[in-house]
Design a binder for this molecule. Structure first.
Ligand code: CDP
Length: 223
């Protein structure tokens, strides 16, 4: 890399499109700190639910957003489906997004060190990274797939031994969340005009990873 500026990669896409796995692997390959920004909204939602609050209440949600602890994003309760549902409700509240925006930008500008030494930059995945959080990102990817294949993947993640039993409910939840995320007034789920779309409906994780690595390596060569 020719410049000392941190490399910033933005990866957006709908639920269970494969963007999280891709972002994690891209981070490892290029020596970048990774932030799964969905976890910030999930942690906000969990904070409201734990206090018995209503995720649609702006005061309760903004307070929970201010209390999000970046060091506790590995909490497995964040993966629960009721938390996922509530996360897209808090995410539609403008005040919540304002609270979380600055922290995400700080992460991109000053990525935390990796176990192996300083990070060369950051990779953030979410819904509005290329459009709002990091509009100047070096490379922007929009990872998508059909709702049916995303629901099947998520059902397998949630219940490996009996995914078929919950598939219909997961698909329904996902359609509702997609609609809320795409139709909200502030920072809706959208591909930035300069994003490259990777459709993972018929690509496996390795193929999506190789495509992304090619794009990033080409960008780095020209920096
Ligand atoms: O893992 P999954 O794709 O199911 O969702 P997630 O990335 O953990 O995001 C959970 C929710 O947070 C989404 O449904 C969005 O409503 C919200 N979110 C957002 O609004 N903006 C982001 N940059 C990331 C997530």
């Amino acid at each position: 890399m020719a410049t000392g500026r941190p490399l910033v990669i933005a990866i957006d896409g709908p639920a269970a499109s494969g963007k999280g796995t891709l972002a994690e692997r891209v981070g490892e390959r290029f020596g970048l700190a990774h932030l799964d920004t969905g976890k910030l909204y999930r942690a906000t939602a969990l904070g409201v639910l734990e206090r018995g609050g209503d995720p649609a209440n702006p005061n309760a949600a903004e307070k929970a957003a201010r209390n999000v602890d970046f060091s506790r994003l590995a909490d497995t309760r964040l993966l629960e489906e009721n938390v996922a549902r509530a996360s897209s409700v808090v995410a539609a509240i403008p005040g919540v997004r304002i609270v979380l925006l600055e922290a995400q930008r700080r992460f991109a500008r000053h990525p935390p060190p990796l176990g192996s030494g300083p990070a060369k930059g950051a990779v953030l995945d979410g819904r509005d990274i290329g459009t709002v959080v990091c509009p100047d990102a070096d490379v922007k990817l929009f990872v998508t797939a059909s709702p049916e294949s995303r629901a099947w993947r998520r059902a397998k993640e949630l219940r490996q031994d009996d995914a078929a039993a919950i598939y219909e409910a997961v698909l329904q939840d996902m359609r509702e969340r997609d609609a809320r995320d795409s139709q909200r007034r502030v920072a809706p789920l959208a591909a930035a005009p300069d994003a490259v779309t990777i459709d993972t409906t018929s690509l496996d994780a390795d193929q999506a990873f190789e495509l992304a690595c090619d794009l990033i390596a080409r960008h780095c060569a020209g920096r």
